[in-house]
Design a binder for this molecule. Structure first.
Ligand code: ATP
Ligand code: MG
Length: 138
């Protein structure tokens, strides 16, 4: 059983998409084992996305991520990392497959509604940014 970090980004929270996203997670058989609403500071957003430091979109991405509250969740299940990324769809919503969250709801490459860890190492780091082990009901 693998855990992954899912975030409903500020655009998704503002647009009232929490229910739609959670419905898809549960229908897909992924278990939500932790959940927290959080308004990130710029420093925390930069720390969280440190892997992208140096990319041209880093400053605008980290500003966007602290433009309103995020809903962070730990998802658990077999191949949770890959299954959640499959549900999200491609980063660029114009390239995302039909039926994915980003295809159905994202408005541009940055405001793409959801985040998901892309590897086991990333998942461990990213989960630790939002939850301690007593906050995860696995
Ligand atoms: P995430 O890490 O948020 O789950 P991802 O793994 O699909 O998304 P990454 O390449 O890790 O995509 O990029 C992180 C985030 O940075 C994207 O989800 C998007 O919000 C933003 N982003 C990526 N590429 C661009 C770009 N070219 N211009 C603006 N924002 C971008
Ligand atoms: Mg990523």
């Amino acid at each position: 059983m693998i855990q992954t970090l899912a975030i409903i980004k500020p655009d998704g929270v503002k647009r009232g998409l929490i229910g739609d996203v959670i419905k898809r997670i549960e229908e897909h058989g992924l278990r939500i084992v932790a959940m927290r609403m959080m308004l990130l500071s710029k420093e925390r957003a930069e720390f969280f996305y440190a892997a992208h430091r140096g990319r041209k979109f880093y400053d605008s991405l980290t500003s966007f991520m602290c433009s309103g509250p995020c809903l962070a969740m730990v998802l658990m299940g077999e191949n949770a990392i890959g299954r959640w990324r499959e549900l999200m769809g491609e980063t660029d919503c114009t390239q995302a497959a039909e039926g994915t969250i980003r295809r159905d709801f994202a408005t541009d490459i940055q405001k793409n509604v959801v985040h998901g860890s892309d590897s086991e190492a990333a998942a461990i780091f990213e989960i630790s940014c939002f939850f301690n082990r007593f906050e995860i009901s696995a």
